[in-house]
Design a protein around this ligand. Sequence first.
Ligand SMILES: Nc1ncnc2c1ncn2[C@@H]1O[C@H](COP(=O)(O)OP(=O)(O)O)[C@@H](O)[C@H]1O
Ligand SMILES: [Mg+2]
Length: 314
Amino acid sequence: MGRIIAIANQKGGVGKTTTAVNLAASLAAAEQPTLLIDIDPQANATSGLGIGAKKLEKTVYEVIVDRMSPHEAIIRTELGDLDLIPSHINLVGAEIEMIDVPGREKVLYNALAEIRTCYDYVIIDCPPSLGLLTLNALTASDAVLIPVQCEYYALEGLGQLLNTISIVKKHLNPLLDIEGVLLTMFDRRLNLSNQVSDEVRRYFGDKVFTAMIARNVRLSEAPSHGKPVLLYDALSVGTQNYMELAKEILARHSEGLGKSSEEEKGRRDVVVHEDGAENKEENSLNSQAGSPAEQSENSGNGHTPLNEIRRGEG
Ligand SMILES: Nc1ncnc2c1ncn2[C@@H]1O[C@H](COP(=O)(O)OP(=O)(O)O)[C@@H](O)[C@H]1O
Ligand SMILES: [Mg+2]
């Protein structure tokens, strides 16, 4: 049964697509049959693998909106073990088009039931929002990988993302885990990068990957050549960093995660629900997350998860 990992952060430009494409390629290079699903209407992961989205007739849009079988949308890539379900700009309208569809948060979950047995890993590249598409990804996934850019305001908005994850766990996908937090565009010469790295590690502890993605120009050049970085420049730092990330993920899962699931669950709940009063450095995260009390107030009063998340955004 393939492990499904959503790459999510509602901020744009933090390295979601770069991570989705290059993690998927690195897993495939490690001989793990992998499927990359692009659910961002911008279709950057699709074009980053050299697929021109404009002429495609069978994309994730048809899978989500028209309930087409995902098998029909799969495209093979240059890497033998990597397949892609491409995106299309049409997907912009999906949220409105599906407004009356019952169970619209679960469409991708249902679609993936059909194909997850064909792969060891399924990686989903999310759009920069916490709308219906990201909600579908979180509902369909075993875990979420959160890229955090080593920049000013790196932690801004993470509280909102954790709140969304906790709402999805409560209503739609109780087993959703945090795969890990990935530091991206790291530059060890900059104090700022080191400060962000320290703060993220203080807050997320061992959920932060040991692997970090350095700022590397090869990573930003590769998409314009329609290739993952390992096919564009196999010896680059970017290739090395994403291979290290893939190895770390593979090692965790071959060890059966090392911890009992109860232990894991307890620790996760602490991270998601922790009260700002207990943890000084968390103010920037908790400012938008809503307190645990507010979160439980929201339960069982007939709101859909999407409404609940939207109210949090206001
Ligand atoms: N480690 C990195 N080093 C240099 N450039 C990067 C790196 N990661 C991402 N980029 C560049 O930063 C921009 C935003 O990255 P992207 O992966 O598209 O973010 P997102 O999907 O979160 O919007 C892109 O131009 C990408 O090529
Ligand atoms: Mg993107």
